[in-house]
Ligand binder design. Structure first.
Ligand code: SF4
Length: 379
Protein backbone atom coordinates (compact mmCIF):
# COMPACT_ATOMS: atom_id res chain seq x y z
CA UNK A 1 0.00 0.00 0.00
CA UNK A 2 1.01 3.63 -0.29
CA UNK A 3 2.06 3.90 3.33
CA UNK A 4 4.89 1.39 2.99
CA UNK A 5 6.43 1.84 -0.43
CA UNK A 6 10.03 1.55 0.74
CA UNK A 7 12.15 -1.42 1.57
CA UNK A 8 15.62 0.03 2.06
CA UNK A 9 16.56 1.23 5.52
CA UNK A 10 18.57 4.40 6.03
CA UNK A 11 21.51 2.37 7.33
CA UNK A 12 21.67 0.27 4.19
CA UNK A 13 21.40 3.11 1.75
CA UNK A 14 23.85 5.36 3.54
CA UNK A 15 26.67 3.05 2.50
CA UNK A 16 25.75 3.10 -1.20
CA UNK A 17 28.46 4.46 -3.41
CA UNK A 18 26.82 7.35 -5.18
CA UNK A 19 30.05 8.45 -6.79
CA UNK A 20 29.66 6.24 -9.82
CA UNK A 21 26.63 7.45 -11.74
CA UNK A 22 26.02 5.28 -14.76
CA UNK A 23 23.13 6.16 -17.08
CA UNK A 24 20.41 3.54 -16.76
CA UNK A 25 19.45 1.59 -19.86
CA UNK A 26 15.84 2.73 -19.54
CA UNK A 27 13.88 4.90 -17.14
CA UNK A 28 13.72 3.44 -13.67
CA UNK A 29 9.94 3.75 -13.49
CA UNK A 30 7.09 4.41 -15.89
CA UNK A 31 3.66 4.81 -14.44
CA UNK A 32 0.79 2.95 -16.08
CA UNK A 33 -2.61 4.03 -14.71
CA UNK A 34 -5.16 1.32 -13.92
CA UNK A 35 -7.99 3.42 -15.27
CA UNK A 36 -8.09 6.23 -17.81
CA UNK A 37 -11.12 8.50 -18.15
CA UNK A 38 -11.79 11.55 -20.31
CA UNK A 39 -14.46 14.21 -20.01
CA UNK A 40 -16.60 14.90 -23.10
CA UNK A 41 -14.98 18.35 -23.43
CA UNK A 42 -11.51 16.77 -23.68
CA UNK A 43 -12.51 15.30 -27.06
CA UNK A 44 -12.88 18.81 -28.50
CA UNK A 45 -9.17 19.56 -28.15
CA UNK A 46 -6.46 18.22 -30.48
CA UNK A 47 -4.10 17.51 -27.59
CA UNK A 48 -6.79 15.52 -25.78
CA UNK A 49 -7.06 13.31 -28.85
CA UNK A 50 -3.27 13.07 -29.14
CA UNK A 51 -3.07 11.86 -25.54
CA UNK A 52 -5.78 9.25 -26.15
CA UNK A 53 -3.95 8.03 -29.23
CA UNK A 54 -0.67 7.80 -27.35
CA UNK A 55 -2.39 5.87 -24.55
CA UNK A 56 -3.97 3.55 -27.11
CA UNK A 57 -0.51 2.72 -28.45
CA UNK A 58 0.49 1.82 -24.89
CA UNK A 59 -2.53 -0.48 -24.65
CA UNK A 60 -4.54 1.84 -22.40
CA UNK A 61 -8.17 2.36 -23.29
CA UNK A 62 -9.82 5.69 -22.49
CA UNK A 63 -13.27 5.59 -20.93
CA UNK A 64 -15.54 8.49 -21.97
CA UNK A 65 -17.33 9.99 -18.98
CA UNK A 66 -20.98 10.93 -19.28
CA UNK A 67 -20.40 14.46 -18.02
CA UNK A 68 -17.52 16.85 -17.37
CA UNK A 69 -17.54 15.96 -13.68
CA UNK A 70 -15.13 13.35 -12.41
CA UNK A 71 -16.97 10.72 -10.41
CA UNK A 72 -16.52 7.15 -9.21
CA UNK A 73 -13.15 7.48 -7.49
CA UNK A 74 -14.32 7.50 -3.89
CA UNK A 75 -13.80 4.28 -1.94
CA UNK A 76 -15.07 3.09 1.44
CA UNK A 77 -12.16 4.60 3.39
CA UNK A 78 -9.70 7.47 2.89
CA UNK A 79 -6.97 4.98 2.07
CA UNK A 80 -9.12 3.24 -0.52
CA UNK A 81 -10.06 6.57 -2.11
CA UNK A 82 -6.40 7.52 -2.13
CA UNK A 83 -5.38 4.23 -3.79
CA UNK A 84 -8.11 4.51 -6.43
CA UNK A 85 -7.44 8.14 -7.19
CA UNK A 86 -3.70 7.59 -7.40
CA UNK A 87 -4.15 4.89 -10.03
CA UNK A 88 -6.54 6.94 -12.20
CA UNK A 89 -5.60 9.27 -15.04
CA UNK A 90 -8.19 11.80 -16.18
CA UNK A 91 -7.97 13.76 -19.42
CA UNK A 92 -9.80 17.02 -18.79
CA UNK A 93 -9.95 20.64 -19.91
CA UNK A 94 -8.14 22.96 -17.49
CA UNK A 95 -10.46 24.89 -15.16
CA UNK A 96 -10.83 28.60 -16.10
CA UNK A 97 -9.17 29.65 -12.81
CA UNK A 98 -5.98 27.96 -13.98
CA UNK A 99 -5.88 30.07 -17.12
CA UNK A 100 -5.28 33.24 -15.14
CA UNK A 101 -1.65 32.88 -14.17
CA UNK A 102 -0.44 33.45 -10.61
CA UNK A 103 2.98 34.86 -9.68
CA UNK A 104 5.17 32.20 -8.08
CA UNK A 105 8.21 33.87 -6.51
CA UNK A 106 10.91 32.90 -5.72
CA UNK A 107 10.84 30.12 -8.31
CA UNK A 108 9.51 31.99 -11.34
CA UNK A 109 7.51 34.98 -12.52
CA UNK A 110 4.44 32.94 -13.36
CA UNK A 111 3.13 29.45 -12.88
CA UNK A 112 1.04 27.66 -15.43
CA UNK A 113 -0.26 24.13 -15.36
CA UNK A 114 -0.38 21.32 -17.89
CA UNK A 115 -1.53 18.78 -15.33
CA UNK A 116 -2.55 18.44 -11.72
CA UNK A 117 -1.64 15.49 -9.53
CA UNK A 118 1.12 12.94 -9.65
CA UNK A 119 1.35 9.17 -9.39
CA UNK A 120 4.22 9.13 -6.87
CA UNK A 121 3.82 8.70 -3.12
CA UNK A 122 5.99 11.23 -1.33
CA UNK A 123 5.06 11.20 2.31
CA UNK A 124 5.58 14.96 2.58
CA UNK A 125 3.78 15.64 -0.72
CA UNK A 126 3.42 19.33 -1.51
CA UNK A 127 0.01 18.72 -3.01
CA UNK A 128 -1.45 17.55 0.30
CA UNK A 129 -3.78 20.19 1.59
CA UNK A 130 -3.49 22.39 -1.50
CA UNK A 131 -5.69 20.37 -3.85
CA UNK A 132 -9.27 19.53 -3.10
CA UNK A 133 -10.86 16.13 -3.50
CA UNK A 134 -9.28 12.73 -4.17
CA UNK A 135 -5.77 12.99 -5.70
CA UNK A 136 -6.63 11.88 -9.25
CA UNK A 137 -3.97 12.81 -11.81
CA UNK A 138 -5.54 15.18 -14.34
CA UNK A 139 -3.82 16.05 -17.59
CA UNK A 140 -5.00 18.98 -19.66
CA UNK A 141 -6.38 18.49 -23.15
CA UNK A 142 -6.32 22.22 -23.96
CA UNK A 143 -2.52 22.40 -24.01
CA UNK A 144 -2.36 24.41 -27.24
CA UNK A 145 -4.64 27.13 -25.83
CA UNK A 146 -2.73 27.16 -22.53
CA UNK A 147 0.60 27.70 -24.31
CA UNK A 148 -0.85 30.35 -26.63
CA UNK A 149 -2.20 32.23 -23.60
CA UNK A 150 1.26 32.68 -22.06
CA UNK A 151 2.14 35.47 -24.50
CA UNK A 152 0.00 37.89 -22.45
CA UNK A 153 2.47 37.61 -19.54
CA UNK A 154 5.79 38.18 -21.30
CA UNK A 155 7.73 41.13 -19.87
CA UNK A 156 5.66 41.15 -16.68
CA UNK A 157 6.54 39.58 -13.35
CA UNK A 158 8.53 40.42 -10.25
CA UNK A 159 11.51 38.16 -10.81
CA UNK A 160 12.38 39.42 -14.28
CA UNK A 161 12.12 43.02 -13.21
CA UNK A 162 13.78 42.88 -9.79
CA UNK A 163 16.41 40.18 -9.72
CA UNK A 164 19.53 41.23 -11.55
CA UNK A 165 21.03 37.74 -11.26
CA UNK A 166 18.20 36.28 -13.28
CA UNK A 167 17.62 38.95 -15.92
CA UNK A 168 19.16 36.80 -18.63
CA UNK A 169 16.38 34.28 -18.11
CA UNK A 170 13.68 36.61 -19.43
CA UNK A 171 10.16 36.06 -18.17
CA UNK A 172 10.09 32.73 -16.34
CA UNK A 173 7.20 30.27 -16.41
CA UNK A 174 7.03 27.41 -13.91
CA UNK A 175 5.19 24.31 -15.15
CA UNK A 176 5.42 21.83 -12.29
CA UNK A 177 3.71 23.38 -9.30
CA UNK A 178 1.00 20.78 -9.02
CA UNK A 179 2.49 17.81 -10.80
CA UNK A 180 5.66 15.98 -11.82
CA UNK A 181 6.21 16.36 -15.60
CA UNK A 182 8.47 13.35 -16.17
CA UNK A 183 6.10 11.08 -14.28
CA UNK A 184 3.51 11.74 -17.00
CA UNK A 185 5.39 12.66 -20.16
CA UNK A 186 5.29 9.14 -21.64
CA UNK A 187 1.49 9.29 -21.38
CA UNK A 188 0.93 12.85 -22.61
CA UNK A 189 3.82 14.31 -24.63
CA UNK A 190 2.76 17.64 -23.07
CA UNK A 191 6.10 18.88 -21.74
CA UNK A 192 7.95 18.06 -24.94
CA UNK A 193 5.48 20.25 -26.80
CA UNK A 194 6.05 22.97 -24.21
CA UNK A 195 9.84 22.71 -24.61
CA UNK A 196 9.70 23.12 -28.39
CA UNK A 197 7.08 25.86 -28.06
CA UNK A 198 9.44 27.86 -25.83
CA UNK A 199 12.38 27.01 -28.11
CA UNK A 200 10.57 28.53 -31.10
CA UNK A 201 9.28 31.56 -29.18
CA UNK A 202 10.64 34.86 -30.40
CA UNK A 203 10.87 36.55 -26.97
CA UNK A 204 13.08 36.37 -23.87
CA UNK A 205 11.31 33.59 -21.96
CA UNK A 206 12.22 30.56 -19.91
CA UNK A 207 10.25 27.42 -19.20
CA UNK A 208 11.04 25.74 -15.89
CA UNK A 209 10.03 22.50 -14.29
CA UNK A 210 11.28 20.15 -11.64
CA UNK A 211 11.01 16.38 -11.39
CA UNK A 212 11.82 13.31 -9.34
CA UNK A 213 11.77 11.05 -12.38
CA UNK A 214 14.47 10.24 -14.92
CA UNK A 215 12.56 9.62 -18.16
CA UNK A 216 14.54 12.14 -20.23
CA UNK A 217 15.13 10.13 -23.42
CA UNK A 218 12.48 12.07 -25.34
CA UNK A 219 14.00 15.43 -24.36
CA UNK A 220 17.51 14.89 -25.65
CA UNK A 221 17.81 16.36 -29.14
CA UNK A 222 14.68 18.54 -28.93
CA UNK A 223 14.97 22.12 -30.20
CA UNK A 224 14.95 23.64 -26.74
CA UNK A 225 17.31 26.55 -27.64
CA UNK A 226 18.41 26.74 -24.01
CA UNK A 227 15.00 28.16 -23.03
CA UNK A 228 14.00 25.34 -20.68
CA UNK A 229 15.65 24.84 -17.33
CA UNK A 230 14.95 21.37 -15.97
CA UNK A 231 15.65 20.89 -12.30
CA UNK A 232 16.01 17.51 -10.73
CA UNK A 233 14.44 17.38 -7.31
CA UNK A 234 17.02 15.66 -5.14
CA UNK A 235 17.58 14.92 -1.49
CA UNK A 236 19.85 12.91 0.76
CA UNK A 237 19.39 9.13 0.65
CA UNK A 238 17.53 8.78 3.95
CA UNK A 239 14.84 11.09 2.48
CA UNK A 240 14.73 9.73 -1.09
CA UNK A 241 14.65 6.12 0.08
CA UNK A 242 12.21 6.47 2.99
CA UNK A 243 9.81 9.16 1.93
CA UNK A 244 9.65 9.31 -1.89
CA UNK A 245 7.76 6.18 -2.93
CA UNK A 246 7.22 5.57 -6.62
CA UNK A 247 9.88 8.04 -7.79
CA UNK A 248 13.14 7.33 -9.61
CA UNK A 249 16.09 6.46 -7.35
CA UNK A 250 18.60 9.23 -6.72
CA UNK A 251 21.40 7.88 -8.97
CA UNK A 252 18.91 7.68 -11.87
CA UNK A 253 17.86 11.31 -11.30
CA UNK A 254 21.48 12.43 -11.28
CA UNK A 255 22.18 10.51 -14.50
CA UNK A 256 19.16 12.30 -16.04
CA UNK A 257 20.59 15.66 -14.89
CA UNK A 258 23.85 14.89 -16.65
CA UNK A 259 22.10 13.74 -19.80
CA UNK A 260 20.12 16.99 -20.07
CA UNK A 261 23.16 19.14 -19.27
CA UNK A 262 25.12 17.34 -21.98
CA UNK A 263 22.29 18.10 -24.40
CA UNK A 264 22.73 21.81 -23.67
CA UNK A 265 19.80 22.36 -21.33
CA UNK A 266 20.32 24.76 -18.47
CA UNK A 267 19.77 22.46 -15.48
CA UNK A 268 19.23 22.75 -11.78
CA UNK A 269 18.82 21.09 -8.46
CA UNK A 270 15.74 21.53 -6.36
CA UNK A 271 17.06 20.39 -3.00
CA UNK A 272 13.77 19.90 -1.21
CA UNK A 273 12.50 19.35 1.33
CA UNK A 274 15.73 19.81 3.29
CA UNK A 275 15.34 17.92 6.56
CA UNK A 276 17.39 18.51 9.70
CA UNK A 277 17.61 14.84 10.66
CA UNK A 278 20.43 13.46 12.84
CA UNK A 279 23.74 13.57 10.93
CA UNK A 280 22.23 15.77 8.24
CA UNK A 281 25.63 17.25 7.36
CA UNK A 282 27.00 13.79 6.50
CA UNK A 283 23.95 12.79 4.48
CA UNK A 284 23.76 16.02 2.49
CA UNK A 285 27.53 15.91 2.01
CA UNK A 286 27.13 12.54 0.27
CA UNK A 287 24.43 14.12 -1.93
CA UNK A 288 26.54 17.12 -2.95
CA UNK A 289 29.52 14.88 -3.76
CA UNK A 290 27.26 12.72 -5.92
CA UNK A 291 26.01 15.84 -7.73
CA UNK A 292 29.61 16.95 -8.33
CA UNK A 293 30.44 13.53 -9.78
CA UNK A 294 27.31 13.58 -11.96
CA UNK A 295 28.15 16.91 -13.63
CA UNK A 296 31.91 16.37 -13.77
CA UNK A 297 33.34 17.35 -17.16
CA UNK A 298 30.04 18.60 -18.68
CA UNK A 299 30.86 21.37 -21.16
CA UNK A 300 29.25 24.80 -20.71
CA UNK A 301 27.42 23.60 -17.62
CA UNK A 302 24.69 26.00 -16.42
CA UNK A 303 23.66 24.63 -13.02
CA UNK A 304 21.53 26.31 -10.35
CA UNK A 305 20.24 25.25 -6.95
CA UNK A 306 16.99 26.07 -5.20
CA UNK A 307 17.05 25.27 -1.51
CA UNK A 308 13.76 24.65 0.26
CA UNK A 309 13.49 23.50 3.87
CA UNK A 310 10.77 21.19 5.11
CA UNK A 311 7.61 22.82 6.34
CA UNK A 312 4.03 21.78 6.93
CA UNK A 313 0.67 23.30 7.73
CA UNK A 314 -2.10 21.99 9.97
CA UNK A 315 -4.04 21.13 6.79
CA UNK A 316 -1.21 19.33 5.01
CA UNK A 317 -0.38 17.36 8.17
CA UNK A 318 -3.95 16.14 8.46
CA UNK A 319 -4.13 15.08 4.81
CA UNK A 320 -0.71 13.39 4.91
CA UNK A 321 -1.58 11.40 8.05
CA UNK A 322 -4.74 10.24 6.29
CA UNK A 323 -2.72 9.09 3.28
CA UNK A 324 0.31 7.74 5.20
CA UNK A 325 -0.87 6.81 8.70
CA UNK A 326 2.39 5.06 9.61
CA UNK A 327 4.76 7.69 8.25
CA UNK A 328 7.97 8.40 10.15
CA UNK A 329 8.06 11.92 8.79
CA UNK A 330 8.74 14.50 11.50
CA UNK A 331 5.51 16.47 11.81
CA UNK A 332 5.94 17.56 15.42
CA UNK A 333 4.77 21.14 15.94
CA UNK A 334 6.67 21.40 19.25
CA UNK A 335 10.05 21.26 17.55
CA UNK A 336 9.16 23.90 14.94
CA UNK A 337 8.59 27.61 14.71
CA UNK A 338 5.13 28.80 13.86
CA UNK A 339 4.97 31.28 11.04
CA UNK A 340 2.25 33.10 9.23
CA UNK A 341 2.42 32.73 5.48
CA UNK A 342 0.49 34.50 2.77
CA UNK A 343 -3.11 35.33 3.72
CA UNK A 344 -2.30 34.60 7.39
CA UNK A 345 -2.13 30.81 6.98
CA UNK A 346 -0.09 29.07 9.69
CA UNK A 347 2.95 27.03 8.74
CA UNK A 348 5.53 25.17 10.80
CA UNK A 349 9.17 25.66 9.80
CA UNK A 350 12.48 24.82 11.48
CA UNK A 351 13.41 27.18 14.34
CA UNK A 352 15.79 30.07 13.52
CA UNK A 353 18.94 28.37 14.95
CA UNK A 354 18.38 25.30 12.78
CA UNK A 355 17.59 27.42 9.73
CA UNK A 356 20.78 29.45 10.17
CA UNK A 357 22.92 26.33 10.58
CA UNK A 358 21.38 24.64 7.54
CA UNK A 359 21.67 27.69 5.34
CA UNK A 360 25.29 28.42 6.27
CA UNK A 361 26.24 24.78 5.69
CA UNK A 362 24.57 24.56 2.28
CA UNK A 363 26.03 27.85 1.07
CA UNK A 364 29.55 26.89 2.15
CA UNK A 365 29.44 23.30 0.98
CA UNK A 366 27.84 23.98 -2.40
CA UNK A 367 30.52 26.59 -3.08
CA UNK A 368 33.22 24.12 -1.99
CA UNK A 369 31.94 20.84 -3.48
CA UNK A 370 29.99 22.01 -6.55
CA UNK A 371 31.58 25.38 -7.35
CA UNK A 372 29.85 25.69 -10.73
CA UNK A 373 26.44 25.74 -9.04
CA UNK A 374 24.66 29.09 -8.50
CA UNK A 375 22.19 29.25 -5.63
CA UNK A 376 18.98 30.99 -6.73
CA UNK A 377 17.26 31.17 -3.34
CA UNK A 378 16.91 29.68 0.12
CA UNK A 379 13.58 29.31 1.86
FE1 SF4 B 1 3.84 14.94 -4.45
FE2 SF4 B 1 5.88 15.85 -6.00
FE3 SF4 B 1 6.09 13.53 -4.71
FE4 SF4 B 1 4.44 13.74 -6.76
S1 SF4 B 1 6.67 13.90 -6.82
S2 SF4 B 1 3.98 12.73 -4.80
S3 SF4 B 1 3.69 15.85 -6.51
S4 SF4 B 1 5.91 15.59 -3.76
Amino acid sequence: GPAAPHSASGEEVATHDLGAVAPPARPARRWMPKRVVATPAAYDHPHGLRIMERLGELGLETERLASNRLTGVRGETDRETYARAKSTLAIVVSPPSRRRLQPIAPSADWRFDLAEGCPAHCQYCYLAGSLSGPPVTRVYADLDDILAGLADYVGRGTITSRRAARRDEGTTFEASCYTDPLALEHLTGSWRRAVTFFGAWDAPVQLRWTTKFDDVDGFAGLRHEGRTRVRLSVNCLPVTSRFEGGTAPLPARLAALRRLAEDGYPVGLTIAPIMAMPDWRDHYGVLLDAVAAAVDGVRDLDLTAELITHRFTPGSKEVLLGWYPRTRLDLDEQSRSRKHGKFGAVKYVYPPETMTALRAWFETEIARRVPACRILYWT
